[in-house]
Write a protein that binds this ligand. Structure first.
Ligand SMILES: NC(=O)c1ccc[n+]([C@@H]2O[C@H](COP(=O)([O-])OP(=O)(O)OC[C@H]3O[C@@H](n4cnc5c(N)ncnc54)[C@H](OP(=O)(O)O)[C@@H]3O)[C@@H](O)[C@H]2O)c1
Length: 222
């Protein structure tokens, strides 16, 4: 299987890093030349990652294509690409809906929207997908935990909550900077907050494990 990524930014970096250390079977990962420094880093880290000459090359030669650009860029770009009906297209684009993607892609390919998060690089975290799709579910289960969502309106809520990751990181950064201002060295601060976050999340996941399981089932059934 040949995988292609259009848009080599933050999320592509995390997903490709996760794939390269996972049990997913693939022959090549082709990444687009933008952003070139990230593309080079990925290619340097894994010999199966190659940098494409263009987005067209990715669409021409890959079986699965991941769309990882911002919405405005994506909506202009997708309609210019010649997808094939036997391809699987996975969109990470936040606000472009499935009906809109179908319209832009034109051919009757398999299209799935997915919400990976940066910890996917460690093969951890939930990956909500819409619509449910067995192959895509199995794929992301090797990179974390896939959550299949049956209706697009409901999937929008996951986009909102996953966006809270940024202020969460900023919150930790602010606390760490505050300690530095109070005279604590930067290194121990980072360490303290790494430990703080790990034990808080771990404690939370133990306490709420059962509840999360029920929640996951409810989402899959709704
Ligand atoms: N980051 C996350 O945690 C996350 C999670 C889930 C979903 N998403 C979604 O995934 C998408 C990408 O997010 P991101 O955080 O990875 O953004 P990003 O870091 O800004 O990456 C977007 C990339 O698209 C490239 N690009 C721009 N025009 C292009 C073109 N014509 N052809 C190919 N590539 C082009 C940019 O290259 P240049 O730098 O050269 O302009 C940039 O590297 C967004 O829709 C976002 O909502 C992100």
């Amino acid at each position: 299987m040949k995988l292609g990524f259009i848009g080599t930014g933050k999320i592509t970096y995390s997903v490709v890093t996760g794939i390269c250390s996972s049990k997913i079977k693939f022959s090549t990962i082709l990444v687009s030349p933008r952003n070139l420094s990230t593309a080079r880093k990925l290619a340097k880290n894994n010999r199966k990652v190659k940098i494409a000459k263009s987005n067209d090359e990715i669409v021409k030669s890959c079986n699965w294509i991941f769309l990882a650009v911002t919405p405005t860029v994506g909506e202009n770009l997708i309609k210019q690409l010649k997808f094939k009906s036997n391809q699987t297209i996975i969109s990470f684009i936040s606000t472009t809906t499935l009906p809109k993607l179908k319209k832009l892609i034109k051919v009757k390919a398999t299209i799935v929207r997915a919400i990976p998060l940066p910890p996917i690089s460690l093969k951890k975290g939930p990956v909500p997908i819409y619509p449910p799709n067995k192959k895509v579910k199995n794929f992301f289960n090797k990179l974390g935990t896939t959550v299949e969502i049956k209706n697009e309106k409901l999937s929008k809520n996951f986009w909102s909550t996953s966006g809270m990751m940024a202020p969460f990181y900023e919150f930790l950064n602010t606390m760490s900077n505050w300690l530095v201002k109070k005279g604590v060295e930067k290194r121990p601060c980072t360490k303290i907050y790494n430990i703080f976050i790990c034990c808080t999340v771990r404690g939370c996941s133990c306490k709420f494990k059962k509840r999360f399981k029920i929640f996951g089932k409810r989402i899959s059934n709704s």
